[in-house]
Design a protein around this ligand. Structure first.
Ligand code: UD1
Ligand code: CA
Length: 478
């Protein structure tokens, strides 16, 4: 039985990001850079290349090498990985050596150490698995991923001899003019034979820049006449995020990947160029995403919906056949058949029941709205429980905040109630089932069921016979 462990290097300061936030915590498609690398590493066992490797098991969580911002990163990822601390930042070779104790503690002890960089978020699981597969097939000492590019910029160059044997990796800073023209570059994913790795790292000399470069191990192995294998990957997987220009480039590539995944899964994305969907979003088939829409966080959208144009959905749950047009829905839940917008806002804690119709310029916060309720125009419902089949007339406001006591109060509206245009509900207050408020009423006392109240402050005008308690509406209803 063979085992491997993944070591992710993430101790670097990320100086080129010019940021107070550690580089690996910068968000990419809604999740921190490092989480993309971890997700990729965690998914190795479910790839086809891995399945073809007989006798290889993966039982270890990745080990992440962190530097002085360790606490901040650990707070985000917790038990998801193991950690090793690189006390001084002396280069990528030094960083791998910092993980030695954490690797040697593992049971079973891995024979292979797969190293990748926390700032290389686009590499795919299938590619990591194919580097492992090549490593085992060739019984290599080192196997690493390369890519070809016309613009090798600051990547390390892969130097081969005339017969194509790998000789070394030369970092851009130390490359000769001729080496700078090499178009095969180091992607920063390596498999090392563990037994060979530690002693060599311990005696690796510092390079003239004062650092221990992991890449120098390739030259060492080559001079020892050891087997060095390479796997050719694509450049877009290899992109390293060193600055914010590269962050935006990675975002562009990942965004397209996410959109393609949804499109292949049966979602119509009318204009991929103006649609932004985070990596963790789930969308049902036959949903149409219209231009200018952002769907972020752990959002789940059912099938047959129309989202957009111009909508923002964040950390929300949307059922089937919903419409959200030119509106914002954040930390909210819409049950099946709900329509929102144009120009409305569901704020945190809004829960709209089946077939609720929320029209234009409406806002709901921390409230449950019962099924089949209508609130078509210009209203605000906050900290409320609204029953089923209620009509919220245009301009209805819950004045839920008491400025003197600095407290929020609750409004309850019973099933089938009819709230007339411009009603102000002053909580704590309850409007009974099938009750009705007249236009411009200011309701500061409970309204019994089947009762009509009017005026400022609202007073009971009369009881409503059952025939009147589902009244014609005074404001327009589509
Ligand atoms: C590195 C490679 C280069 C390759 C490129 C691919 C080396 C010497 N060079 O260059 O050949 O083409 O990646 O993207 O490895 N880190 C530590 N501790 C340290 C230094 C770095 O943990 O002391 C981490 C960083 O946080 C980063 C990763 O190692 O995640 C790579 O370091 P970075 O400085 O970004 O290397 P590159 O210059 O990109
Ligand atoms: Ca880098």
């Amino acid at each position: 039985m063979n085992t491997f462990v993944t070591v992710v290097l993430a101790a670097g300061k990320g100086t080129r990001m010019r940021s107070a936030l550690p580089k690996v915590l910068h968000p990419l498609a809604g999740s921190p850079l490092l989480s993309h690398v971890l997700k990729t590493a965690e998914a190795i066992p479910s790839t086809t290349s891995f399945a073809s490797l007989e006798g290889l098991v993966s039982s270890h969580r990745p080990i992440v090498v962190l530097g002085h911002e360790a606490e901040q990163v650990q707070a985000v990822f917790g038990e998801r990985c193991r950690y090793a601390i690189q006390e001084e930042l002396l280069g990528t070779g030094h960083a791998v050596l910092a993980a030695r104790a954490a690797v040697q503690e593992l049971d079973p002890l891995p024979d292979t150490v797969l190293v990748c960089y926390g700032d290389t978020p686009l590499v795919r699981s299938e590619v990591l698995a194919s580097v492992l597969a090549e490593h085992y097939a060739r019984r290599a000492t080192i196997t690493f991923l390369t890519a070809y590019t016309e613009e090798p910029s600051d990547f390390g160059r892969v130097v081969r001899d005339d017969s194509g044997r790998v000789m070394e990796i030369v970092e851009m800073k130390r490359a000769t003019e001729e080496q700078k023209r090499i178009k095969e570059v180091n992607s920063g994913v390596y498999c090392f034979d563990r037994e060979w790795l530690w002693p060599v790292l311990q005696v690796l000399p510092r390079n003239p820049a004062g650092e221990y470069y992991l890449t120098d191990l390739v030259g060492v192995a080559s001079r020892e006449g050891r087997e060095i294998a390479t796997v050719a990957g694509t450049l877009d997987e290899t992109i390293g995020v060193n600055n914010r220009v590269q962050l935006a480039e990675a975002e562009r590539i990942l965004r397209l990947r996410v959109l393609e995944r949804h499109m292949y899964g049966g979602v119509t994305v009318v204009d991929p160029a103006t649609t932004y969907i985070d990596d963790e979003v789930q969308i049902g088939c036959d949903t149409v995403i219209l231009p200018g829409t952002m769907i972020t966080g752990k959002t789940i959208i059912g099938s047959g919906c129309r989202i957009g144009p111009g909508s923002v959905i964040d950390r929300s749950e949307i059922g089937e056949r919903c419409t959200v047009r030119n509106s914002v829905v954040e930390e909210a839940a819409l049950e099946d058949g709900v329509t929102v917008g144009p120009f409305s806002h569901c704020r945190p804690g809004a829960r709209l029941g089946r077939n609720v119709r929320m029209g234009n310029f409406a806002e709901v916060k921390n409230s449950t709205i019962g099924a089949e309720t209508d609130m078509h125009h210009f209203s605000y419902i906050g900290d409320s429980t609204v029953g089923e089949g209620v009509n919220i007339g245009a301009g209805t406001i819950t004045s839920n905040y008491n400025g003197l006591t600095k407290q929020k109060y609750h409004t309850t509206i019973g099933d089938g109630a009819f709230i007339g245009c411009d009603t102000v509900l002053v909580p704590p207050v309850t409007v009974g089932e099938h009750a009705m408020t007249g236009a411009s009423a200011v309701v500061n006392r409970d309204v019994p069921p089947n009762t009509l109240v009017v005026g400022v402050p609202a007073r009971v005008l009369r009881e409503l016979p059952p025939s009147e308690s589902s009244p014609q509406e005074s404001n327009e209803k589509e």
